[in-house]
Design a protein around this ligand. Structure first.
Ligand code: C5P
Length: 397
């Protein structure tokens, strides 16, 4: 089931070149099963036609305050009455100014003023318009009024200039909308997550590491942030982008990860250890590159790394701890044993060969009540299910 299935969104489109991106955003909403009502300003119709958006939405697009087709002539109330969110993408500088000052001189601005649901805007404009003190002031006013301002992004602009002001990509607006509509089951909770591998140097250019893309840990951090938590992600080396509203701390070795975690674990309500921490580090690692000597294979002396999860779980006022286990066989048996050994209330287990590097995974959760199977799905969806499970366990404690 998609996260936006049957969610009722009003997509407002205002007059900027980025209006073409609204078509892609609308397609993403519709594909996810959302129920989308599109409202365009007159200027927006100069950039994309209502027919295009109507075909994608599968229902009439509204542009006019005085539409005789609205039964009680109350378009400004009628069209947003049952909506869970209004998202205006793109939002021009002019439209943001109107919103900030409560003007209502067309259908979309009137709907925004008369709304009962949350409002999000994705600004799109020339960089100088975005830099203008009035626009910055208006964006600040909107934020302080509780409006979610999504972006803008930096990059090439339609006018040929480069700078801040592009509308963020439709996929990113979509992700923000998912987050805005997610139930805030972890509001007020501080969540600490580890992700990725650790890298243990042998010398300046070599090391030992574990296989881990970091995708599952980043998905957990994202899902926790969507659920309203204050999230810190302690990450080993990965090439992933930090999820929105997540504070990220980069580390390389297990010992660095341990220090970063222990400095924050006391203040955390939840600790989710997703990182594939190397079990050993190399004693006497060299700062320089070791030269190869023909016929001589050096041997490495290893020493055990700290078990971060066990250490956090043993704290006197330990956060709610969640462990991960990637196994190649005997999943249930090893997972149960690991949960008991590390004294943690919840452990998520998966078969290693199915998860590595992939965007999909399947998880089994083990807790005091037994096991809960989360069937194969994209990692972000599994992460949201895991976060929901944690929130329920926390609420029943
Ligand atoms: O001990 P094992 O690696 O099998 O357990 C996996 C779980 O323990 C994962 O949640 C992992 O993040 C955590 N772990 C840890 N520190 C280690 C080893 C594992 O936090 N040194």
């Amino acid at each position: 089931m998609s996260e936006l299935a049957s969610r009722r969104i009003l997509l407002g489109v205002t007059g900027g070149v980025a209006a073409y991106k609204a078509a892609e955003l609308l397609r993403l909403f519709v594909k996810a099963g959302a129920d989308v009502q599109v409202v365009m300003t007159d200027a927006a119709t100069r950039f994309v036609t209502p027919v295009t958006l109507q075909a994608l939405a599968g229902r009439p697009v509204h542009t006019d305050m005085w539409d005789p087709g609205i039964a009680n002539n109350m378009a400004h109330i009628e069209l947003s009455r049952d909506r869970e969110l209004i998202v205006v993408a793109p939002a021009t500088a002019d439209f943001m100014a109107k919103l900030a000052h409560g003007l209502a001189d067309d259908l979309l601005s009137t709907l925004c003023l008369a709304r009962e649901c949350p409002l999000a805007v994705a600004p799109a404009m020339n960089r100088q318009m975005w830099d203008n003190a009035a626009t910055r002031r208006n964006a600040g006013l909107l934020r302080s009024d509780g409006v979610a301002v999504i972006g803008p992004a930096a990059g090439d602009q339609a006018c040929g200039e480069t700078g801040m002001g592009r509308m963020v990509e439709p996929g990113d607006v979509y992700a923000e909308v998912v987050a805005l509509l997610a139930p805030k089951t972890l509001a007020g909770r501080r969540v600490l997550v580890t992700a990725g591998p650790t890298f243990e140097p042998i010398d300046a250019v070599r090391g030992i590491t574990n296989l881990s893309s970091g995708k599952m840990g980043y998905a957990v951090a994202q899902a926790a942030a969507e659920a309203g938590a204050d999230v810190t992600l302690v990450s080993g080396p990965t090439s992933l982008v930090t999820p929105a509203r997540v504070a990220r701390i980069d580390v390389t070795t297990a010992r660095e990860m341990r220090d970063a975690v222990m400095a924050r674990a006391g203040g955390a309500d939840v600790f989710v250890a997703v990182a594939a921490v190397a079990d050993y580090h190399v004693l006497d690692a060299k700062d320089h590159k070791m030269k190869k000597q023909p016929g001589v294979a050096p041997s490495l002396k290893l020493a055990e790394n700290p078990d971060i999860l066990a250490e956090v779980a043993a704290l006197p006022r330990a956060p709610f701890c969640v462990g991960f286990a990637a196994e190649t066989e005997n999943l249930r048996e090893y997972a149960q044993a690991k949960r008991t050994k590390k004294k943690i209330p919840l452990l998520a287990a998966n078969l290693a060969r199915e998860a590595f590097g992939a965007d999909d995974n399947a998880l089994t959760l083990f807790d005091d009540h037994g096991e809960h199977v989360l069937p194969r799905a994209p990692k972000i969806r599994l992460a949201r299910a895991l976060v929901g499970h944690v929130a329920r366990m926390l609420a029943s404690r």
